[in-house]
Design a protein around this ligand. Structure first.
Ligand SMILES: [Zn+2]
Length: 255
């Protein structure tokens, strides 16, 4: 039975998302920015919360954990190297570990850079990836606890997933990301098409995610630091991809 998902907004610009296994009734919340919107999503779907899968320790991803845990007795799974900074953790995981949500299975992919122990959960059979604040639609997270080299390596691990993998990220930043990306790749036809699509989605009050790895490869400048046109656009033709990525990220920080 394929996994079902339910996406919703919370806090200022965070996404919350539930993943549900209808065969067993198990339901995981990917992160828990705040409790009330997760509860509302559970009521809307009729699903019972069994798990919280945490991507990283930031408060806007963990603020609802303690309250949800005390009410639902759900199991909290978190990255091992950040567990001390996350409330009420039951299980810790690292690269290559498998996490069960009922009959569904996620593979843990370590994606350090935004935070030092950030992880993504990849449900390979369902072609779903929950990437937290590492990869955004047409963007990527700020490099806060790691180095640009580390972040680029993390993004490359995600870029290596099959093109039809659906990507759920932690924030609705797509329009701002597109405005920035167009300053680097104004003539990228896939980026221009994505800009039109995102404008329509936002005007209709719809979220701009999930996106897919295939779409992001074509239009997300942060996954394209090894494309010669991107290197040339930032004046670093022929330099290592990680250096070009660092320059693009730095320009976004200043934008
Ligand atoms: Zn974060």
């Amino acid at each position: 039975m394929p996994a079902e998902t339910h996406l919703f907004r919370c806090l200022k610009d965070n996404f919350g998302v539930l993943i549900h296994d209808s065969a067993t009734g198990a339901t995981a919340s990917i992160d828990a920015p705040e409790a009330a919107p997760v509860e509302a999503a559970l009521r809307a779907t009729g699903w019972r919360l069994t798990d919280i899968l945490v991507t990283h320790h930031h408060a806007d991803h963990t603020g609802g954990i303690a309250e949800l845990k005390s009410r639902h007795r759900c199991r909290v799974t978190a990255p091992r190297s950040e567990a001390a900074r996350i409330p009420v953790v039951d299980a810790t995981v690292a690269e290559g570990d498998m996490v069960k949500v009922g009959g569904l299975t996620a593979r843990v992919v370590e994606t350090p850079g935004h935070t030092s122990g950030h992880i993504a959960y990849v449900f390979e059979q369902d072609k779903l990836a929950f990437v937290g604040d590492t990869l955004f639609s047409i963007g990527c997270g700020r490099v806060i606890e790691g180095t640009p080299e580390m972040m680029w390596a993390s993004l490359m691990k995600l870029r290596a997933l099959p093109d039809d993998t659906r990507i759920y990220c932690g924030h609705e930043y797509t329009e701002a990301n597109i405005r920035f990306a167009l300053t680097i790749e104004p003539d990228n036809p896939d980026l221009r098409a994505r800009a039109d699509e995102a404008r329509r989605q936002v005007a209709a009050g719809q979220p701009t995610i999930p996106t897919t790895i295939g779409e992001e490869k074509r239009a997300n400048v942060f996954l394209r630091a090894d494309v010669p046109a991107v290197a040339a656009a930032v004046g670093l033709a022929g330099r290592p991809a990680a250096q070009i990525f660092a320059e693009v990220r730095e320009r976004k920080n200043r934008s």
